[in-house]
Design a binder for this molecule. Sequence first.
Ligand SMILES: [Zn+2]
Length: 514
Amino acid sequence: MNRPTSAARGAIALSVLTALLAFAAPASAGFSPGAKTLGDPIIPQVGNGGYDVKKYEIDLSYDPVTNRFLAGTKTLIVAKATQGLSRFSLDFQRDLAIDGVEVDGADASYSRADAKPKLSSNPEVTQPAKLTIKPPTGLARGSKFSVVVAYHGEPKAIVDADTSFEGWVQACSSPGDCDGSFTVNEPIGAQSWFPANNHPSDKAKLRLATTAPAAYTAIGSGKQVSRVDNGDGTATTTWAENKPMATYLATGTVGRFDVEQGTMTDHTDGTEIPTFTAIDSAGPQQRKDEVATAAMRIPEMVNFLARKFGSYPFETVGLVADWVPAVGYALENQTKPHFSGDEEGPQVDDSTLAHELSHQWMGDSISPANWSTIWFNEGWATFSEVLFDNKVDGAEMTPRKFFKAVYEIKPKYWKIAPAKLDGDPANLFDGVAVYNRPGAMLEGLREIIGNKRFFAFAHDLNDRHGYGNISRGEFVGEAKRASGLHGGKLKRLGRYLRQWLLWQKRPHLTPSDF
Ligand SMILES: [Zn+2]
């Protein structure tokens, strides 16, 4: 079923014929190639036009010893055409060999190329790639279609513009001591292990079935559906995330873990939520005990946040504490935040756990419309972390003090506007522009409109944008609507938000101007 366009003369001849037929009947044809970009202002190399993904079904056959995907690995994508499509593209790195592509059960030709333009002038940075698929017949606008891509080989971690690692990262506690994968996909890592419309604006359900040696734990997003012993030393574990998910929040982590499962109650609506905690088995016992103690605070944190933002949005909650110091950060993977630990072992600190859990509402359920809206995720998570540390754990830094401290930051740190990031993907995780400044902006908004209206606003955002996306314009509109302000003060609030999100210098307006 594999038929690369570049090598198959028959396919070329057929495409010429198809083009001639299309030319002969322009009124009924209406098929054109989908765009190879969604025009993201920070990462235009990812995202593809002409279709909307409804679900991914990924089957991985994985050998954690060699870190390779074996024969039988494939991804099924069900999508809806939003235009008549003569061909379309997916985001998928070229490290993995493709065994075949089918569209609606029929062999399809394909080609692979680097995405354009160049992401970074640093040669260490991974250039995103495209898989372009030409179905045997055009896909009618509005029709549902399925794509199956079969592949194998060794997935390579992605090196981001800021030189951090993401995607399918081999999980090594020290060089050469590796036990599987630590999967963290923000912003583009998903395309290192499955073909996707890899942009946060195209959210979809995702099911993952991983076949791996039975001694390993294979983790996915959402809830575990089944675990089948294959009788040959391997087991297949299937997970399903039934709520829409951005590809950057998916996980496929495999390793040797101590797993704890239980349930917790969301007291805002009485829902019982299954919990799942996985701690790297190889970690020192003291570190494992400390992580287990931190994980026991998940119910308390989820309830604290649910009172502020609305009921917990997903079917399961938990964490994965791996031992992969080369990664060096935590990520809010949907339903299971991931922690990479440090040289000494797995590690989860309470503040960071509150931060990653707050993302389940702000970032995961309400996802950014594009990568220049990442200030929304990190602003809320920074604010939540400060609030939790102060209100629950008694930290001296109140949200008010936090605002003041941020406003004192030296002028040079205000040059990057949160909602622009100079168009540079290396600024995607800038500490001031993406975390502290938007966090302070939200605290300022709380001081301007008051606690009651502010947290009603947070609830409203979840009611109106949960399981979807939010743009800067939508956020500003919602904030103004929720403010209860009128006339000159409402206009001033608009200016306040614009200054805090768009100015390339320290904003003039602060809560004391209201
Ligand atoms: Zn965060």
